[in-house]
Each structure stands twice: as structure tokens, then as C-alpha cells.
Design a protein around this ligand. Sequence first.
Ligand SMILES: [Zn+2]
Length: 103
Amino acid sequence: MEARFEDAFLKALQKHASIKKLVQKKVDLILENPVAFGEPLKANWQGFYSFPVKRNFIIIYLYCEACRKKGDDAVVLCHDCAEMPDNTVKFVLLGPHDMAYGI
Ligand SMILES: [Zn+2]
């Protein structure tokens, strides 16, 4: 897997530095199998996946192979999808569960 970390994700990680190790563990898990472990999001976040870090706190990511299979690259903000290898996992955001529904 090819891991990419978006700026927003890295900023959130700095903000929540106390759970950095926990996040790293989850990132490793996601990279093992992005589709098996993630939960696909809907509506505004169609095409994105979420994975729980701890109670009410999630990682949001994209998996480019999945983007393309579902044609989600037409709806998701995977702006440079076409330039990424299939096995790219993009870590987009990190935060409270509600953020996925508030944006
Ligand atoms: Zn993509």
C-alpha cells in the first residue's frame, strides 16, 4: 500500500497528539486492508471510508482502487486520483464522528 497523508489529517494529528500512537496503529491496520476494515460513508462523503480510532473519533480516508471501481472519483474530492497508483490510501481527516456529517 502507498500511504499519503493530507495536510488536514496531519494538522488534526498534531492537535490530538495524545492519541498519536493509537492513530498510528489504526493507520497500519487500514493499510493492511483498506476495504475490509473501513466503513463506506454516504451523502457528502460518498466514496470515503471511515475507521474508528476510539469512541466517537474516526479516521477518514480514500482508497484509490475503490474510488475507480465505483466511479466515485467523479463525485469524491480525490482530485489527483488519476495520478495515483491503485493501491494508494489517502488519509484525509481525523476527528470526532460528527465532523463527517457536519461538513
Ligand atoms: Zn482516489
